[in-house]
Design a protein around this ligand. Structure first.
Ligand code: NAP
Length: 252
C-alpha cells in the first residue's frame, strides 16, 4: 500500500517545491497538500487534486487533512511584512497579518499540527525551522516584535517531547537558486553562525532544503535528529552534486 504524507504550507516557496518534487518522482509516497488559499494553489499548481484547504490554526482542519497519513511535513511559517522601508538611516519596520503572528502560526499552528498528527497516528514529522534559535537576541526576533525564532523553538521542543519520530531541519537563509549544485553541510546549535567557516555564507537554496526533506521521509538515519543545514557555494563549473543522503543524516 502506498504511504501518504501531508505537506502543510504547500503554497509556500519551499512547501510548493516539496509538493512538486513528490508529485513528479516516485519516492513511494502519495502526497496530500494542505493550504489555506485555493486561488493561490491554482496559480502554482496545474492540478489541485489531492489538496485539502484549511487553516493550521484549526485543529479540526488539520485533523481532517491528516486522516490516513503516515508522515507529516510542516512547512508553514509566519511571514513578516515590511510596512515602512528603511530611510534616513532608520531600519525598516515590519508587522504580521491578522492571526499571522509567530505566536499564532509558529507556536499554536505548529502545536496543532503535532497534536493532530499524534491523534491521527502519524509515525514521523519533518519540520523545517530556522537557524539562529540559540540566540534569544537574534535580530529576527525583533521583526514586528514577533520573537519568531523563540516561538519556532518552542514548537520544535514540543515536537521532540511528543514521542513521535521527528526530523527538524533548521535551515540557513533561504535562496531561490537552483538545487542539486552544492555540497550541503549539517551542523548543531548554530555552530555555522558562532564559528563561521571561511567563505561559506549561512545560506541554502530552497530546492536543496526540499530535497533533504524528501530524503528524510525514507532514510532511517533521519529519525529523531534536529540539525542546522547550509550549503557550500555553487561550484564554478556549475556541475550537479551527488549526495549520499544516509551519510549526511548520520553526520547530523
Ligand atoms: P513561505 O514561502 O513563507 O511559506 C509559508 C507558508 O505558510 C505559506 O504557504 C503560507 O500560506 C503558510 N501559512 C502561514 N500561515 C498559515 C495558516 N494560518 N494556515 C495555513 N497555512 C499558513 O516559506 P519559506 O520562505 O519557503 O520558508 C520555509 C521554512 O523555512 C519556514 O519555516 C521558514 O521560517 C524557514 N526559514 C526561512 C528562512 C528565510 O530565509 N526565509 C531562513 C531559514 C528558515 P500562504 O501561501 O497562503 O501564504
Amino acid at each position: 500500500m502506498t504511504k501518504k504524507v501531508l505537506v502543510t504550507g504547500a503554497t509556500g516557496r519551499t512547501g510548493s517545491l516539496v509538493v512538486k518534487k513528490l508529485q513528479s518522482d516516485d519516492y513511494g509516497w502519495q502526497v496530500i497538500s494542505f493550504a489555506r488559499s485555493k486561488s493561490k494553489a491554482e496559480e502554482i499548481f496545474t492540478n489541485t487534486e489531492n489538496f485539502i484547504f484549511g487553516n493550521i490554526l484549526s485543529l479540526e482542519d488539520v485533523s481532517i487533512a491528516l486522516q490516513g497519513c503516515q508522515s507529516l511535513i510542516i512547512l508553514t511559517s509566519a511571514v513578516p511584512k515590511m510596512i515602512t522601508p528603511p530611510s534616513e538611516g532608520k531600519p525598516p519596520e515590519f508587522n504580521f497579518e491578522e492571526n499571522g503572528k509567530p505566536e499564532e502560526v509558529d507556536w499554536l499552528g505548529q502545536k496543532n499540527q503535532i497534536d493532530a498528527g499524534k491523534k491521527a497516528g502519524v509515525e514521523h514529522i519533518i519540520l523545517v525551522g530556522s537557524m539562529g534559535g540559540t540566540n534569544e537576541n537574534h535580530p529576527l526576533n525583533r521583526l514586528g516584535k514577533g520573537n519568531i525564532l523563540i516561538w519556532k523553538r518552542k514548537a520544535e521542543q514540543y515536537l521532540i517531547d511528543s514521542g513521535i519520530d521527528y526530523t527538524i531541519i533548521r535551515a540557513g537563509g533561504l535562496l531561490d537558486k537552483p538545487d542539486g549544485k552544492r555540497e550541503l553541510l549539517v551542523g548543531k546549535d548554530d555552530e555555522f553562525i558562532t564559528s563561521p567557516i571561511d567563505g561559506i555564507p549561512t545560506s541554502i537554496p530552497r530546492g536543496d532544503v526540499a530535497n533533504m526533506v524528501i530524503q528524510a521521509l525514507n532514510s532511517p538515519f533521519a529519525r529523531n535528529k534536529a540539525f542546522d543545514l547550509i550549503s557550500k557555494p555553487e561550484s564554478e563549473d556549475n556541475t550537479s552534486i551527488s549526495i549520499d543522503w544516509d551519510e549526511l543524516f548520520k553526520l547530523a
